[in-house]
Design a binder for this molecule. Structure first.
Ligand code: FAD
Length: 488
């Protein structure tokens, strides 16, 4: 198993339950040991070496405040959040055992059924909604906020302002499920549990309360006794070996990112679960450099950013959003049907009153990019262009122009630069690059090479209409069930 995110964790658990010995290879750290401050993870407001993957300066997604840059120098370390830069976009990804579940907002959203056909056209929707989405939601520990508590707690004042503004403009406000333990959050607010969501922890990990994959699928997988996990190990090559097996080359890293050993193992089957970017980069490289030349021509294509775009709005002084904000979003504005945008009502947990409302929008951006091998640099490039975000901005404006007009408010221009409204330089939701029923068969098999599979976000062609990890998990549950039944 290459990678320990959603796809990799689901596949590891189900294979291990079927009696298969599974070796999970993860380039990031284990994240199971506290640092000198007694904490495993650092807070968003005070990033240290643990924050970023092999950087000497932080690269915060929201990189300005009041027009001033907020990034700071850090020691280069195998930190938890990778801000991977391509020509036209920075792709944020989790690094460590648990993948994106270590750093994400935990928003666990099942797409509306009427949108599913556009998300995964070759997949039977009845099976997904009757069996695999429920299985994924149960496995991830998804629950919803107690709405009576939402209505009264100080830490969701920003959510209530978001609701009021959406509803006053006639836009559909929705509560969104999450994997955070809501009882823990209530105790954080009551002062009876150590604060995590209420202490600004999120982007660089949550020390308490969040049910990351380490606590769900991976814990169950380890408990079978059939799973070994190797952190700080990065797969660089997979090639056919004798007897229908595969040779896998793995580099061991130290926490400075240096290669300390190179290992070669042989496997009966290899699952690419390195995430949309990780899997796409590996497959494109292995096809171009001759290790897996027969991979089909769709490898590396159909990559999208889930239409991510961010913005803030400046509220009136009578609409404070609160100095104590839970980092865990629990609501959104669903204008997908009429405007092509679904906006998370997101926190701005800086510890002071900002009078700002902040949003991450997921939009129906039709642009798709392609990964390609660059022989001159020995790297894989992605041809996404920043201007391709314009449709996302236009769709997000169907929500926020309307709210601003109704409320008599304006956009914040100090969060992404000086006089810059839109956070259009990034995505949290990379999807595609080895798309189901195109680069693979309809269950993720790389058919030119029996025993090689893709089982992560790279199977999904660029957009899920909502936050993606529940769909990645459900699709992995579907595919691995078929693979275990027919291929083992
Ligand atoms: P990943 O979870 O990315 O896992 C891939 C793993 O493979 C990583 O651990 C990586 O280090 C490892 N890897 C990569 N290459 C190699 C290699 N060569 N060798 C060994 N290991 C390798 N989604 C939601 O649904 N809701 C949210 O609220 C949400 N919030 C987010 C917030 C942030 C800041 C970010 C960054 C993402 C967020 N996401 C959210 C997105 C979500 O986390 C991802 O869609 C999801 O993690 C992708 O799952 P995956 O299994 O495809 O890959």
């Amino acid at each position: 198993m290459i990678g320990t995110g959603y796809g990799g964790s689901v596949a590891a658990l189900r294979l291990a339950q079927a009696g298969v010995d599974v070796h999970m290879i993860e380039m990031g750290m284990a994240w199971d040991t506290p640092g000198s401050d007694g904490k495993i993870f650092c807070a968003t407001t005070s990033p240290d070496h643990r924050s970023y993957w092999l950087r000497t300066r932080t690269k915060a997604p929201l990189n300005y405040f009041l027009g001033l840059p907020i990034d700071r120098d850090i020691t280069r370390y195998t930190g938890i959040l990778d801000a991977e830069e391509f020509g036209g976009i920075t792709v944020y990804q989790g690094r460590g055992v648990g993948g994106g579940s270590l750093v994400n907002g935990g928003m666990a959203v099942t797409p509306r059924r009427e949108n599913f056909g556009a998300v995964l056209p070759s997949v039977n929707a009845d099976e997904m909604y009757d069996t695999y989405y429920p299985r994924a939601n149960a496995g991830l520990g998804v629950t919803s906020i107690d709405q009576a508590w939402f209505d009264t707690t100080a830490c969701y004042q920003y959510g209530r302002v978001g609701r009021k503004h959406a509803q006053r403009s006639g836009l559909p406000f929705v509560f969104v499920p999450n994997v955070y333990d809501w009882n823990h959050m209530k105790q954080e607010a009551a002062g009876t549990a150590t604060r995590s969501a209420l202490a600004g922890e999120i982007l660089y990990g949550n020390n308490h309360g969040k049910k990351s994959l380490q606590k769900t699928y991976i814990a169950l997988a380890r408990a079978t006794g059939n799973v070994t996990v190797s952190p700080l190990h990065r797969v660089t090559s997979v090639a056919p070996a004798a007897g229908g097996r595969y040779t896998v080359v793995i580099e061991q890293l130290n926490t400075s990112g240096d290669i300390t050993a190179t290992k070669t193992v042989t496997a009966d089957r290899v699952f690419f679960a390195a995430g949309s970017v990780g899997t796409s980069k590996l497959l494109v490289k292995l096809k171009a450099t001759g290790a897996l030349p027969n991979l089909n021509g769709e490898i590396g294509r159909n990559w999208g950013d889930n239409g991510n775009v961010m913005c803030g709005r400046a509220n009136h002084l009578w609409d404070p959003t609160g100095s104590l904000q839970s980092t865990i979003p629990c609501s959104g504005i669903d204008n997908w049907a009429s405007g092509g945008a679904f906006a998370e009502v997101a926190p701005l947990p800086v510890g002071i009153e900002t009078f700002a409302s902040f949003y991450l929008s997921i939009t129906k951006n039709p642009n798709r990019a392609q990964f390609s091998w660059n022989a001159a640099t020995g790297r894989v490039d992605l041809n996404w262009q920043t201007s391709w975000k314009q449709p996302s901005i236009d769709m997000a404006k169907t929500i926020f122009d309307k709210i601003n007009a109704k409320e008599g408010t304006i956009y914040r221009t100090d969060l992404f630069g000086v006089y810059k409204i839109w956070g259009d330089h990034l995505t949290y939701h990379p999807l595609g690059g080895a798309v189901l029923n195109s680069a693979t068969d309809n269950y993720g098999r790389l058919t030119a090479y029996p025993g090689l599979y893709v089982i992560d976000g790279s199977l999904i062609p660029g957009n899920t209409s909502v936050n993606p990890f529940v769909t990645i998990t459900a699709l992995a549950e579907r595919n691995i069930e078929r693979i275990i039944a027919t291929d083992l």
